[in-house]
Design a protein around this ligand. Sequence first.
Ligand code: DGL
Length: 277
Amino acid sequence: MIDSRPIGVFDSGLGGLTVAKEIFRLMPNERIIYLGDTARVPYGSKSEETIRRFGLQDARVLKDMDVKLLIAACNTVSSVAMDYLQEHIKDIPVIGVVLPGARAAALRSAEKRVGVIGTAATIRSGSYARAINNIDPGIKVYGKPCPLFVPLVEEGLIDSDITRMAVQHYLYEMVDLGVDCLILGCTHYPILMEVIQSTVGNRIQLVDSALWTAKEAQNILQAMGMSAGEDAAGLQASKFLVSDITPNFETVAETLLGTPLPGIEKVPVEELEGKQP
Ligand code: DGL
């Protein structure tokens, strides 16, 4: 069976484009409607109540656009609001990025020592540790918020001394703790993969939640007979919505998606705020 409806992907801002990028790579025919709440980003420093409210508003905008699968690409939303989203959105599958990343790490950690890096809210929530310990209670999980990484990526400081210093500052602790797997638990972190890998060394395997989430989406669509047909136009037919057209969005979006955005439309914040439970 073929389902030509788009996949809905949302994030607090443009970071979720790293998940969109993996979806297009794995499933080039799939169309996406992406929503980035650029007017209210960041979510990672906000309270759980606000993150839940914003997350559900984002999800509802996409649900009302007749998407076949909804992906919370934001680690922060996935960490604190998954149950809430699934409670309120019933008739299509809703997935986040935490479970796919947690499963991949649990399978890979031979020494049963996993590190997780993300926003303050993601680490505070303990979401990855819970998901990993549901799979294997014997795995030790160490979390570390790395709040400087998002602005560094958005400033385009990918391969720079200041970024290397920030990576050392946050991650030497993980090396000392002897983790053998490190989950990149934030939308922006895959962009720093090379600098992180060269800093922590090859003994530590990096787990990219964005990649495993795209694989999970592919599995769900295949299992439910809901993949797009060969004639669907993927990226070129996709829609990119933001709640604020910020001055440097094109550059930031290209860094995160790996290619220029084909176009962008604005959804006013008032429209998001109108989507209450
Ligand atoms: N998208 C967020 C995440 O993956 C990072 C940016 C933010 O704090 O909103 O957690």
